[in-house]
Design a protein. Structure first.
Length: 82
C-alpha cells in the first residue's frame, strides 16, 4: 500500500489562474486529501466515491506526494507563520 497526499493552496487565486485545478467543489483556501491505496487511480476513485465534493478529474492533473509504507517516515509536518 501507498499513502497519497494531495495539497492545493488557492489563498492567492486570481483570474489569471482560472485554468488551475480545483480539488473540491467548495471555495477553499487550502485543501488536503490523504488516501491509503494500492494505486493513485484507486486513491482518486475512493475520494470520488465519498460524494463529499472532491473533483476526481482535477486530482489527475496534480501529482501527489507518494509514501511507501515499508519503513518509518515522517508523513506530515507543517509550520504556519502569520
Amino acid at each position: 500500500m501507498k499513502l497519497y497526499v494531495w495539497t492545493h493552496d488557492r489563498t492567492f487565486h486570481s483570474w489569471s489562474m482560472i485554468e488551475e485545478p480545483c480539488l473540491h467543489t467548495a471555495m477553499y483556501n487550502k485543501a488536503t486529501a490523504i488516501v491509503l491505496a494500492e494505486t493513485e487511480e484507486q486513491a482518486i476513485t475512493l475520494l470520488a466515491e465519498k460524494n463529499e465534493g472532491w473533483r476526481a478529474e482535477d486530482f489527475k492533473s496534480l501529482r501527489p506526494q507518494v509514501f511507501e509504507l515499508d519503513a518509518a517516515l515522517v508523513v506530515y509536518s507543517q509550520v504556519h507563520y502569520i
